[in-house]
Ligand binder design. Structure first.
Ligand SMILES: *Cc1c(COP(=O)(O)O)cnc(C)c1O
Length: 379
């Protein structure tokens, strides 16, 4: 089955009871047993729910994986992954990481004896100095947020496999439409379903997709034992959102490319961070592992004046100031004061995250309106 067919059909079949084409919202906590212990595979909705099952199977198919598991948020999914490690284990992660992932690693799990190292990652070579016998997991996010670095998934997974280290890729920014990490050798894909997969800014959810049966069994155990599961209504909304994932992503990419090019030519704009540019430092890797470059773009202003950046953002008509990304509507954020404010200014600037950096999640509106909005705000 090709991708655009999978978004609509994979894991989904008409309801056997009624023939309903759309997976019903099974708004039930429990299921009648015909005799004691005799049931149809569903006992209690923390463990299994048919709406969630359909979504889990659909997500697994999109990432070319065997097992899919949904959680109450992206961070709840990450939480489950880290709980499969043991005290003393070490995790290597990128230093340009989603802030909430950094927070759960350092503020929640470090005290249980797990070690986290945050390093600049471009390929396997850049990781070698940090690998020890205790390294059990490498946590990759690519493209990174907000600097749009690209990490070479294939090179890192090859090196990790030789050392029995597992690799998880946070595929939130790219989505399986643009990048399928399991095909590149990764052991697991993590998603904040909240973003492009849900796609309509109306759900918070997370997911894990993997092939390894033992690890999947451990995670299924944790999903039930710790209970951070999404409800059936949210699963329905995501199933509905995913049916147009390929169409939305196509437009996000088209609009993203047009916005990136417009910004690059604007006299007030200094740097534009978007992996589609040929002079982006990781453009070749991006071309190899991604099918297109997405709708996430960051840029700085000449002079790097924070007040000017604020003024630009406050003047946008269609780019709404908000956390989050990946919805049909265009959003803008100011990483230095919003998502990345907890990182000390010196550290921030070292990684290029200047005070005037603005991050755009380019939506699927008419491109003429978006360009006009950027033009009037920058004026
Ligand atoms: C939003 C986000 C998360 C966290 O997901 P939630 O659904 O908000 O818990 C993790 N990684 C990335 C890249 C994100 O954008």
């Amino acid at each position: 089955m090709k991708f655009a067919t999978k978004t609509i059909h994979a894991g989904i079949s008409p309801d056997p009871g009624t023939g309903a084409i759309m997976t019903p919202i099974f708004q039930t906590s429990t299921y009648a047993q015909e005799k004691v212990g005799e049931h149809k595979g569903y006992e209690y909705s923390r463990t299994h729910n048919p709406t969630r099952t359909a979504l889990q199977n659909n997500l697994a198919a999109l990432e070319n994986g065997k097992h899919g598991l949904c959680f109450a948020s992206g961070l709840a999914a990450t939480d489950a992954v880290i709980k499969t490690l043991d005290p003393g284990d070490e995790v290597l992660s990128t230093n340009d990481l989603y802030g909430g992932t950094y927070r759960i690693f350092t503020k929640v799990f470090q005290k249980y004896g797990l070690q986290f190292k945050f390093v600049g990652m471009s390929d396997a070579e850049s990781l070698m100095p940090y690998i020890t016998e205790k390294t059990k997991l490498i946590w990759i996010e690519t493209p990174t947020n907000p600097m749009m670095h690209i990490i070479d998934i294939r090179s890192i997974t090859q090196m990790a496999r030789e050392r029995n280290i597992k690799v998880v890729v946070d595929n939130t920014f790219a989505t399986p439409y643009l990048q399928r990490p399991l095909d590149l050798g990764a052991d697991m894909v993590m998603h904040s379903v909240t973003k492009y997969l849900g796609g309509h800014s109306d759900v918070v959810m997370g997911a894990l997709i993997l092939n390894n049966d033992d690890w999947a069994e451990q995670l299924t155990f944790l999903q039930n034992a710790t209970g951070a599961v999404p409800g059936p209504q949210d699963c329905f909304l995501v199933l509905r959102g995913i049916k147009t994932l390929h169409l939305r992503m196509q437009r996000h990419c088209e609009n993203g490319a047009a916005v990136a090019k417009f910004l690059a030519e604007h006299s007030r704009v200094d740097k534009v961070y978007w992996p589609g540019f040929e002079d982006h430092p990781n453009h070749e890797v991006a071309k190899q592992q991604m099918d297109n470059f997405g709708g996430m773009i960051s840029f700085t202003l000449k002079g790097d004046d924070v007040d000017e950046a604020m003024a630009v953002m406050n003047t946008f008509k269609y780019f709404t100031i908000a956390e989050s990304l990946g919805g049909v509507e265009s959003l803008c954020g100011h990483p230095a004061t919003m998502t990345h404010s907890s990182i000390p200014p010196e550290e921030r600037r070292k990684s290029g995250l200047l005070d005037s950096l603005i991050r755009l999640s380019v939506g699927i509106e008419d491109i003429d309106d978006l360009i006009q909005d950027l033009d009037q705000a920058l004026a």
